[in-house]
Design a protein around this ligand. Structure first.
Ligand code: SUD
Ligand code: ADP
Length: 290
């Protein structure tokens, strides 16, 4: 039986994000431990003669015009590289907050490439697919096969899957968009300038407890510039830190989404309920990461 042409586009969480410096081309070299959440958007592909997209779901109105959607950008880039690529209409259910540091658009684009690969019998390691991912956006390659990995370079160097233990988390977004380029700009590095810092410690094979210990020693270098641009990020981090059992609270990506880590699912769920009550207008999800 053929595989169904539907897939989840999970939220991407940067458990750590170390900026090593700014390259001559303006992009920043990163070292980031990336994991994926149990919550996300959903994408389906209905095979057809032409490429099209229909977007629904609670955050659809925030995702910009359909023609600029990263789903179509990724699909077009692949079609330019694979002669006779079979395409169709994508149906996206958009649930993740937009411009939120959790790579919603990147994960949607990667999901589109997975579905096109399935429809066309291409491997996910096919060079055209890899290239289309990289050209769609810095975060797309790590989302192609969404399993926890180290991401390096500007996002194009992807390590092997790490098989991390499941982490129990709450994701909090104050529903304010934060633009990624503005946050990188606010770091204030000149092209060619490096930031000193230790190499990222190895995390493969650690227990959940030991992993959280290592994460506590890490950081997100974009947190300070993002907080300066959007003070609600500091508020979200403070509220997470005050929930019982919170072992670590940190921002993901360029923000504004913050995550808290907890020892088990029940403690995370309770923290999620508490935060939803405190900030009913915010996007709050208890989930697991791996
Ligand atoms: C910061 C991260 C961390 O995972 O996540 P998000 O906050 O987007 O989720 C990513 O590096 C974002 O990836 P993505 O959002 O795909 O970035 P792109 O669209 O390729 O680039 C947007 C802009 O961000 C800056 N940029 C991006 C990646 C990078 N390594 N260095 C950069 O300087 C550049 O100014 C670029 O023009
Ligand atoms: N499928 C999509 N989902 C969300 N945003 C999209 C999508 N396609 C294009 N965009 C555009 O990409 C920008 C970044 O969105 P997103 O991927 O959600 O950011 P982040 O990586 O910071 O979470 C948005 O401003 C939006 O206009």
């Amino acid at each position: 039986m053929p595989l169904p042409l539907a897939t989840r586009a999970p939220a991407k969480i940067n458990l750590t994000l170390h900026v090593l410096g700014r390259r001559a081309d303006g992009y920043h070299d990163l070292e980031s431990l990336v994991a994926f959440a149990g919550t996300g958007d959903d994408l389906r592909l209905e095979p057809g003669r032409t490429l099209a997209l229909d977007v629904r779901g609670p955050t659809a109105p925030l995702a910009g015009s359909d023609s600029d959607n990263l789903v179509l950008k990724a699909a077009r880039l692949l079609a330019e590289r694979v002669e006779g690529l079979k395409v169709g209409t994508f149906h996206l259910v958009k649930r993740l907050p937009v411009a939120a540091g959790i790579g919603g658009g990147s994960s949607d684009a990667a999901a589109a490439l997975r579905l096109l690969a399935r429809l066309n019998g291409l491997s996910l390691t096919h060079p055209a697919l890899r290239e289309a991912a990289r050209l769609t956006g810095a975060d797309v390659p790590v989302c192609l096969e969404p399993r926890a990995r180290m991401m390096r370079g500007a996002g194009e160097e992807i390590g092997p899957p790490l098989g991390l233990p499941r982490l129990f988390a709450v994701l909090v977004n104050p529903r304010v968009p934060v633009e990624t380029p503005a946050v990188f700009r606010a770091l204030g590095l000149r092209p060619g300038e490096a930031l000193p810092g230790a190499r990222h410690p190895a995390v493969a094979g650690l227990s959940a407890n030991a992993l959280v210990g290592v994460l506590q020693e890490g950081r997100n270098d974009l947190e300070a510039p993002a907080r300066a641009l959007q003070p609600l990020i500091g508020e979200a981090l403070g509220l997470l830190r005050d929930t019982p059992g919170c072992r670590l609270a940190r921002m993901s990506g360029s923000g504004a989404t913050a995550f808290g880590l907890y020892g088990d699912a029940a403690t995370a769920a309770e923290a999620g309920r508490r935060l939803s009550k405190l900030r009913p207008g915010w996007w709050v999800r208890a989930t697991s990461l791996r």
